[in-house]
Design a protein around this ligand. Structure first.
Ligand code: ASP
Length: 305
């Protein structure tokens, strides 16, 4: 049996004419992370190890909204969250409210493997990280100047926004700021799905959440069946406006349409993105046990947040 992999660096109101100097580094980072995943699959690593590995790479890249580069809460702090799921065993782990953990995705995996629980958050998750001896660092490490500017914009506009949200300018009710004019605002949540050569499926997603989110807000990323899901049929990682993705039970609905309606992965994912969530709020990557890959999104044209 063959293997397949897909990854994402977020969905949102991404300008199609993003300047090359801003687009190319992000594309290069995605390609690099994809190559890391492909090499691991070719070396017969299992899907769970591969998605964790790829998401760690993405978390370490400051141009994405996860790990270093996470967007800021309304208080100017970071609260990172992540989730991982093994489609073979249906085991999963999730974390929220992390402020010092370098790789949230690996802590999520430890929750899955070393605790009787699925989901740890805030102080308890941080304490568990210390107990497990994972790499931690002062919160200031994760905060970039671009994200300070992005929070400033969101506060000025009095809105909570997806990291890719376009600024408001004078002509089109949108206003341009320095960070957006040079494309600095274009970052995104990260995720990876894979099926290995034994047919095992896994999904991993990691994020800083939404810009200007309330302190304590939890999005779709760590919620099993919303932002992240895997079973014996498919693995799904979603991105976009968490509140819409949670209401739409996006990742689980893709799997359910395959299981109960007999749809193909592509049909199921397209249906969910087109009909189950509001336009402008969602994108996902997914692979099936047979190696089908799909990456629908409904976000590019307008911002609906
Ligand atoms: N879905 C994430 C959240 O709402 C944000 C994103 O995907 O960019 O927290």
């Amino acid at each position: 049996m063959g293997w397949a992999i897909a990854l994402h660096g977020g969905a949102g109101d991404i300008p199609l004419n993003l300047p090359a100097e801003r687009r190319l580094p992000r594309e290069a980072a995605l390609k690099h992370c994809l190559n890391v995943g492909v090499a691991a699959l070719k070396a017969n690593k299992n899907a769970l190890d591969v998605v964790e590995l790829v998401v760690r790479e993405l978390e370490n890249h400051p141009n994405f909204n996860a790990g270093k580069g996470s967007v800021l809460t309304t208080a100017g702090t970071i609260e990172m969250e992540a989730c991982i799921m093994d489609g073979n065993t249906m085991k999963c782990g999730a974390v929220s409210g992390l402020t010092t953990v370098v790789n949230a995705i690996s802590l999520a995996r430890l929750v899955m493997e070393k605790t009787p629980h699925i989901y740890l958050a805030f102080d308890g998750a941080e304490a568990f990280a210390r107990e497990q001896g994972v790499e931690t660092i002062d919160s200031s490490h994760f905060i970039t100047s671009e994200n300070i500017e992005r929070l400033h914009q969101a506060k000025e506009a009095n809105r909570v926004q997806i990291d890719y949200t376009q600024p408001i300018t004078a002509n089109s009710n949108k206003e341009t700021t320095a960070a957006d004019a040079n494309g600095d605002s274009q970052i995104g949540t990260v995720g990876c799905v894979a099926v290995d050569s034994c047919g095992n499926l896994a999904s991993a997603t990691s994020t800083g959440g939404l810009v200007n989110k309330m302190v304590g807000r939890i999005g779709d990323t760590p919620i099993i069946g919303a932002g992240t899901y895997a079973n014996h049929l498919c693995a799904v990682s979603a991105t976009g406006k968490g509140e819409s993705i949670i209401r739409g039970t996006v990742a689980r609905d893709v799997a359910a349409l395959m299981e109960f309606r007999g749809l193909s992965l592509k049909e199921a994912a397209s249906y969910v993105v087109d009909d189950r969530v509001p336009k402008g709020t969602c994108g996902l990557v997914a692979v099936s046990a047979t190696g089908e890959v799909t990456m629908p999104f409904n976000t590019t044209d307008e911002t609906y947040i």
